[in-house]
Design a protein around this ligand. Sequence first.
Ligand SMILES: Cc1ncc(COP(=O)(O)O)c(C=O)c1O
Length: 378
Amino acid sequence: MIDRKVPLFRIYWDEEDIGAVEEIIRSGMSWCVGKQIEEFEDMIKEYLDVKYCLTFNSGGSALYALMLAYKFKSGDEIIVPSFTFIATAYAPLYVGAKPIFGDVEFETFGLDPEDVKKRITKKTKAIIPIHYGGMACRIGELEEIAEDRNLILIEDAAESFGAKFKERFVGNFGDSSVFSFCHNKVFTTSEGGCVVTNNKEIYEKLKLIRSYGRVIKGDYFSESESMDYTEVGFNFRMSTLLAALGMSQLKKVNKAIEMRRGNAKYLNKELKEVEGIFIPETPSKDHYAVYQMYTIRILEGGNVRKELMKYLKERGIATRIYFDAVHKYSIFKNLGYENISLPKTEKLCSQVLTLPIYPHMARDEMDYIIESIKEFFR
Ligand SMILES: Cc1ncc(COP(=O)(O)O)c(C=O)c1O
């Protein structure tokens, strides 16, 4: 029996994170809305070099609010990957629009621009690619397609804060982009997310939608003046406690990214020689990956992967399949998507296996994973 445990991820935190939250708790005021929200948004704007940022209580809420802000509706088609977390595929459904699944390419695991072109119809309104696990997809080509065909490009950058393509941060290509700050992300507010955009109109609409359609003047909870409501909205807000945590986390993000990159480099170097797997190397120097996940491909797929997962589990090493194809889940099967043709997605989904990675992973934890994988393939 091995009592060692290597989890898929650990949160990179310090005393400053505790202090940031504690300060607000001790103030006995403004646990909900307050100045920390805008301060956190300003920090994100500055980091990513975008004009507007609004925080949300999850990445999924941010996507939902965007669907409302763009007024997508029944009859509209939106191209999304099936190789993603289900939130991306749900987004069109929230407003009655139709997700059209595009196939992937194997270099970045992102939407294949050539495949996307084939799926554009008169009804297509938008494309929502994801940047998988900290690596930019072929976003430059997707940006061109969106421009040429007059489509709205929304980046689902939930997993890839800090990743770059050609020196440009992801989140900087789309008309709007979404990030998640859930606790397995590059930095975290426990739950949370944001939208970044250079589109003032969308920013203004989102501000209303995020807070029940309220025309906000000052702080709702301490202003004596009444406020008007002009649009149906919801409470999609992040709290000040989490925004303060976010600022403290964001201050460390460059260090965390460097550590993640260093760990991925070490794992890549050691696992490169293992026959039967592909390691997650960046396809070109244009890519700056932040390794929110470390996902290998088991070339023989299916059963070999299953056996490897079992073997690693017995050794206390957590692994996970990120992702199963979304169109195969019951919800999408029942909506009639089961038999659509996405050959590359299906192949990729049968091969991927996400291994543990986090900034402060110890060298001996990595060696343990490496040795276990080598042992399995021997
Ligand atoms: C690609 C992608 N989109 C959207 C989301 C949703 O983010 P959240 O979990 O913060 O709602 C995630 C979360 O893991 C994700 O991986």
